[in-house]
Design a binder for this molecule. Structure first.
Ligand code: GAP
Length: 508
């Protein structure tokens, strides 16, 4: 459950900015939208692409031990049988027979109402930042309504998977407030099904992949046989994944179609997996900081041993302080040799590597850092968003909204602004600079409105620098421009060569 200083107003502000400035739209909005699906607008697609490109450059291009692949979204259905997804990739689903609402059992909370040591009834609430407090309020209200006398015990928060069979009919539905309509939890498989080919029968059933990871395992031998990789090495992939989430929510945090950036790092069966695991956790933390996420918003959650999946030796999540609470951003799992072994057994094709030293074949083990691009997107918006009061040269105070995005991922790196749009000398110089910059960088040319207004527009889009071509540019020697820095709003003069050097240093 979320456990930190939540700020619902920040979430509202982010959703509104995302829509207003063309970062994120609801999918199929003119038809009322489709729950759990989103579109990225012109600024959003740039930001998302930059996050993905930075990850790819740092994870693949800038390392000697990792190669990239891109596998198909629909794979042989046997892949998902071998991986365990057909049998086990499910969430516990609860139906309310009266309201027809569906809930994830582990996100539906309840408590007995205990008065003078006796259970007088039950209350329920959906997962939120205030679940415990809401249950307590509901228990107090229950006691008042039933005019019960005696001491009310503090509520004991349990989720619906912890309800005994006899308790289920007594727990009220969050939709109706009345008991008796909730079903026992049943496993709901989250894979989207489709049919391949013209026939729509059991033999044509296929799945949209729920993770990109299986592509790396299934192509493991192909990569080993066609490249010169040597252990330890990694295979990375970025691509769409699909999960029929029961309760998609918190904007793009949990959606039904999302993008994953995953890497499978194969190590020797005798290697120190705990050391490799820790190294990858540190790598992921420092990468997140390199794209501008502050230390103050990051933390770690180590999955307790007894709650680990049976094949996992250890999983650590890097958590982020979202406006709705501290939640998982990036999972780093030590998966042993579970996946390769499963595929070897199911396909009959050994998934081994030959050890030159011991002259023995073995199945490598794997460390897997798996993250969602959309979750990083929401994290960078959360950390970057600020509203502040600023005073202009005339002493007037106004509000500005600013996205303090790292130049590495900002959708627009520089905005080129001619001071006046009807002065040819200014616009010619501005257009020449703009043409030169846009060969290498995402830049914008903006000559509409007062200069202060144009700065504000760029602040909201997260553009780190504006350059203004003014009268000093054309009248004074040196061909310098005004460089206006987004965060400090400081203005200095800069030459074209210095501007390119500044960009080369910060946009990498
Ligand atoms: N291959 C392992 C795997 O997929 P996971 O924890 O289920 O592990 C990895 O997913 C990451 O993918 C998560 O940490 C999260 O960043 C992202 N993710 C998972 N489900 C998501 C969803 N419904 N919407 C957005 N991102 C999601």
């Amino acid at each position: 459950m979320p456990d930190s200083a939540e700020s619902p107003n920040l979430m509202e502000a982010l959703v509104s900015l995302a829509k207003r400035r063309g970062f994120i739209y609801q999918s199929s909005e003119i038809y009322g939208g489709l729950n759990g699906f989103f579109d990225y607008g012109p600024l959003g697609v740039e930001l998302k692409r930059n996050i993905r490109d930075c990850w790819w450059r740092d994870m693949v291009h800038r390392r000697d031990d990792i190669v990239g692949i891109e596998t198909s979204i629909i794979m042989h259905p046997k892949v998902w049988e071998a991986s365990g997804h057909v049998a086990g990739f499910s969430d516990p689903l609860v139906d309310c027979k009266v309201s027809k609402q569906r809930y994830r059992a582990d996100q539906l909370f309840w408590s007995p109402v205990v008065v003078d040591g006796k259970v007088a009834g039950y209350v329920s609430a959906l997962e939120s930042e205030r679940t415990g407090a809401e249950l307590q309020e509901a228990a107090e209200s229950f006691k008042r309504k039933k005019a019960l006398q005696g001491a009310l015990a503090p509520v004991v928060v349990k989720d619906f998977t912890e309800a005994a069979e006899a308790e289920i009919p007594l727990i009220p539905s969050p939709a109706t407030g009345e008991p008796g309509s909730l079903t026992a939890p049943r496993a709901f498989n989250m894979m989207f099904q489709t049919n391949v080919g013209a026939m729509s029968d059991a033999s044509s059933v296929a799945y949209l992949r729920p993770e990109t990871a299986q592509g790396m395992f299934v192509d493991f031998k192909n990569v080993v046989d066609t490249t010169r990789v040597k252990l330890p090495f990694g295979i990375a992939q970025v691509g769409k994944s699909f999960r029929n989430e029961i309760t998609p929510r918190n904007f793009i945090f949990r959606s039904r179609e999302f993008e994953q950036m995953e890497m499978e790092y194969f190590i020797h069966e005798d290697a120190d997996w705990a050391k490799a695991h820790e190294e990858w956790i540190v790598w992921c933390e420092s990468w997140l900081k390199s794209i501008g996420l502050p230390d103050s918003h990051l933390s770690r959650y180590t999955h307790p041993k007894e709650k680990l999946a049976f094949y996992s030796r250890g999983t650590v999540d890097i958590m982020f302080k979202y406006p709705f609470g501290v939640q998982e951003l990036w999972g780093i799992a030590a998966r042993g040799n579970y996946d390769l072994t499963q595929h070897a057994n199911a396909s009959g094709k050994p998934q081994e590597i030959f050890d030159e030293t011991t002259k023995k074949k073995f199945v490598p083990h794997v460390i897997e850092p798996a993250v969602g691009t959309d979750r990083i997107f929401l994290a960078v918006l959360t950390a970057a968003y600020a509203e502040e009061d600023v005073t202009d040269e005339k002493g007037n105070t106004e509000k500005r909204t600013v996205l303090r995005l790292s130049p590495r991922i900002a959708p627009v790196k520089v905005a080129v602004l001619p001071l006046l749009k009807n002065k040819e000398q200014l616009t010619n110089r501005a257009k020449a600079l703009y043409a030169k910059l846009k060969r290498n960088y995402a830049v914008q040319y903006d000559d509409g409105g007062a200069i202060g207004k144009r700065y504000r527009r760029q602040d909201e889009a997260g553009t780190p620098w504006c350059v203004t071509i003014d009268f000093d540019t054309i009248e004074k020697p040196g061909d310098t421009f005004t460089l206006r820095e987004r965060d400090s709003m400081k203005q200095t003069r800069i030459t074209e060569a210095e501007l390119f050097a500044l960009l080369a240093e910060h946009v990498y």
